[in-house]
Design a binder for this molecule. Structure first.
Ligand code: PLP
Length: 801
């Protein structure tokens, strides 16, 4: 890339040319969207050669490539990241200033690329950035949904879901359609095995549906290193030769539906046929092109694992081992033994959850109908697995629990584990739980496959892009080396007792809080003071994440203030952002209640502004970039053992919030990094939770009856205090009392209140708080996804730079 030599003047000339050519308009008249589109077009011109050269260099040098298969990628906006990584962000800002263009407006003209639900998809996007930045050859493989995660509106306190037509008027400005790499995917129909002239059995497909898979490539630009990798997203089309099979618009639409929408479920599976088709479609298409490009190197197919790794991100692409076998056996004629050897060495799998409801299983009949040939192969893999394990003397009950096809279901995690060489959890505790509990049987069989890779975040997005004032303050104190080497943040520890530096960071936080306060005022009409503690919980709405525990505490504060309006407390603003899966009734009721409590509290003058509650609608990456740097307190209060890792906990830490947390997921590693004095930990740990499970001795009604504070708080849901939420209040009451409080909110409540009181006390001492905050920033480098991906690349994929 010759961009080092790009001058502001040259950029301005190039930009005007592009705007004139592509949009046929002059700068002064152009809308932010037109300017955004032209700027994106210009950036493409700047990087195109590098992108082409990268692809050629990798194949010329016969480099090993890792392919990251994920049903979700959640990059958010790309403009600033792309400019930053190309090293021209400041130059473009300066150029635009000269042209009198408001850069922020242009940034905001870009629609979030929201092809993911939450943490899982965000991680996949982070890994794409980090693969390019570390320089490893790692490509993404996913689906080009025309509608991303739904847009959330709050109407009368309720969540309303609207389609996220993210292509808008501009389309995806970053993508390139690659007709060159089109492949075809077969579904449904019947398969019969017939022997060919060599006496081999080959499958013949009858009445199969044949679909065209069209790749769209999205560049993944490394941070100032001239590397561009590829995120390949597949779209579906009807091949011309099969047009007659789809005579009606309805029939055609059903095909297009395959890539129409992202399933909006987080942490639960919905065993729908369309979802299985989505999963197979992207997996088959991806694997087909991988084999084709490998073969261009002229190397033997049975050694493909020496040049290719395929990573299965959660179970959604877990059909990969079986599909890879099908391709190697049926399409390329390898022997079972050679194909299996290559498959196991190629595949690796990340588990993201211990929640049973999220481990994918497919109804056997459904699976067989949609993927008849793959199903046959899975049966064969299963039979050989059983025979091999019996031969190794593995107990029959263990074999039965770990096999792939049983109870009329196909168990996708089992296929991913048996068909690959690596299984990793996403935080230390999570990996321990996989070994001890969720996947314990597999751990006894294949201990060598298990390893931990704690999740990470792209520090550049959460500091340089989301927190520019913080970044400038860091430059000021330790120089700007940290922008290239995040580990230099550690140097901030030298300044933990420097009052002037502490004050500088305190002011930086204020600036971010003011920006958020303005947004809150604008979007909700609620006025909040930046002198208040900004206490934030933003993440998907899920029972195990316990937003409801947060709400219980808010209600307690409400009663405290009603009893004693002069209660001595630092004013608090509780800020929520969360989408609920559209079919997740309980989660939607929690949203309604948060909003009604917000109405109650925000409009009660007797509280003297000490308590405010804000629910910001449509939580997404770009909103996270506004909210997170403004947080004083990071709420990470899942029931211990349930949050596999969490990554927003890391983003908050990096921007100087104090973590208020249970000992769950990566919270534990955050605590280990910053030390007990710089986090606030409360509640049961994983062992205590598991003891309750073992003893069956939790009885929430007893807690409720014996604790008058809890009783008063819980009764608030049903005694008419909260207007307009009768049925939701009753539902929550019943979940907590009648249905025995599945996530132990009442058990952890007292400890949580105490931890919140500790937060109040700590915040009063500004220097102390600022010191804790700075200590968190200083230690946050531990969670860069650049390091996480380096571990994947070295230990699982065995890549070279
Ligand atoms: C980081 C992120 C998440 C993950 O949040 P957790 O608190 O780790 O569950 C979800 N959604 C968005 C938009 C994010 O940026």
């Amino acid at each position: 890339m010759q961009l080092e030599n790009l001058t502001k003047e040259q950029f301005i000339r190039d930009f005007k040319d592009t705007l004139h050519q592509e949009q046929l308009i002059k700068v002064a008249k152009a809308t932010p969207t037109e300017i955004f589109t032209a700027l994106a077009g210009l950036i493409r011109k700047y990087y195109t050669n590098t992108w082409i050269e990268r692809n050629h260099a990798l194949s010329d040098n016969q480099e090993k490539i890792a392919y990251y298969f994920s049903i979700e990628f959640l990059p958010g906006r790309m403009l600033e990241t792309n400019l930053l990584n190309l090293g021209i962000l400041d130059l473009v800002k300066e150029g635009f200033a000269e042209l009198d263009i408001d850069f922020r407006e242009v940034v905001e003209a870009e629609h979030d690329m929201a092809l993911g639900n939450g943490g899982l998809g965000r991680l996949a996007a982070a890994f794409m950035d980090s693969l390019a930045t570390t320089g490893y050859p790692g490509f993404g493989n996913g689906l080009r949904y025309r509608y991303g995660l739904f847009k959330q509106r709050i109407v009368d306190g309720y969540q309303v879901e609207l389609p996220d037509g993210w292509f808008g008027s501009t389309g995806n400005v970053w993508e390139t359609r690659k007709d060159h790499d089109i492949v075809y995917v077969k579904l449904f129909g019947d398969v019969v095995l017939e022997s060919n002239e060599d006496g081999r059995f080959v499958p013949t497909y009858k009445n199969a549906q044949v679909l065209r898979a069209v790749p769209y490539d999205v560049p993944q630009i490394g941070y100032k290193n001239g590397v561009i990798n590829n995120l390949r997203l597949w779209d579906v089309e009807i091949p011309e030769e099969y047009e007659l099979d789809y005579p009606t618009l309805d029939a055609r639409r059903r095909v297009k539906d395959i890539t129409a929408i992202l399933y909006p479920d987080d942490s639960t599976i919905e065993g729908k046929e369309l979802r299985l088709v989505q999963e197979y479609f992207m997996t088959s298409a991806g694997l087909q092109t991988i084999i084709k490009s490998y073969l261009k190197m002229g190397l033997p197919l049975k050694d493909i694992h020496e040049k290719v790794s395929v990573h299965i991100n959660d179970t959604h692409p877990a059909v990969a081992p079986a599909e890879f076998m099908r391709l190697l056996l049926d399409e390329y004629g390898l022997s079972w033994e050679d194909a299996w050897n290559a498959t196991v060495k190629t595949m690796s799998y990340t588990n993201h959850t211990i929640l049973q409801e999220a481990l994918e299983k497919w109804d056997q009949q459904l699976f067989k109908r949609v993927l008849p040939r793959v199903y046959q192969i899975i049966l064969e893999i299963d039979n050989r697995y059983i025979a091999e394990m019996a031969g190794r003397g593995i107990a029959a009950d263990v074999i039965e629990r770990t096999r792939i096809v049983k109870d009329n279901q196909v168990h996708m995690a089992n296929l991913a584990i048996i068909g690959g060489h690596s299984v990793n959890g996403v935080a230390k505790l999570h990996t321990e739980l996989l070994k001890e509990d969720t996947l314990h049987d597999f751990y006894t069989i294949y201990p060598e496959k298990f390893n931990n890779k704690t999740n990470g975040i792209v520090q550049r997005r959460w500091t340089q892009i989301a927190a520019p004032e913080l970044s400038a303050a860091i430059d000021d104190v330790i120089g700007d080396g940290w922008r290239n080497d995040i580990h230099e943040l550690e140097n901030l520890t030298t300044y933990l007792d420097d009052k002037e530096v502490l004050n500088q960071f305190y002011q930086v936080k204020k600036t971010a809080k003011q920006r958020l306060a303005d947004y809150i005022q604008e979007t909700t009409g609620v006025e909040v003071s930046t002198d208040a503690i900004f206490d934030v919980q933003v993440k998907r709405l899920h029972a195990y994440k316990r937003q409801l525990l947060n709400l219980l505490h808010i209600i307690k504060l409400y009663w405290d203030l009603k009893d004693n309006p002069d209660k001595d407390m630092v004013p608090r603003v509780f800020i929520f952002g969360a989408k609920a899966a559209p079919g997740y009734h309980f989660a939607k009721s929690v949203i309604k209640l948060i909003n009604e409590v917000a109405n109650l509290v925000n409009n009660d003058e007797s509280l003297q502004g000490k308590l405010k509650v804000v629910f910001l609608e449509n939580y997404r990456v770009s909103l996270a970039e506004l909210i997170i740097p403004a947080a004083d307190v990071s709420e990470q209060i899942s029931l211990a053992s349930k949050e596999a890792s969490g990554t927003s906990n890391m983003k908050f830490m990096m921007t100087g919030a104090i973590t208020l947390a249970t000992l769950d997921g990566a919270n534990i590693e955050i605590k280990d990094e910053v030390g007990d004095e710089n986090v606030v930990i409360f509640g049961m740990d994983k062992d205590e939770v598991y003891e309750h499970y073992a003893r069956h001795d939790y009885y929430s009604r007893a807690v409720y009856e014996n604790n008058p504070v809890i009783r008063r708080v819980v009764d608030t849901f049903v005694n008419g205090t909260i207007p307009n939420a009768q049925s939701e209040g009753t539902e929550i009451y019943e979940a907590l009392i009648t249905h025995n409080d599945e996530y132990f909110l009442l058990e952890d409540f007292a400890a949580y209140v105490e931890a919140q009181e500790k937060i109040d006390a700590l915040y009063r001492d500004h220097d102390k708080w600022a010191r804790m905050s700075l200590a968190n920033i200083a230690k946050s480098h531990k969670f860069t996804s650049d390091d996480t991906i380096t571990e994947y690349a070295k230990e699982i994929w065995e890549l070279k730079k």
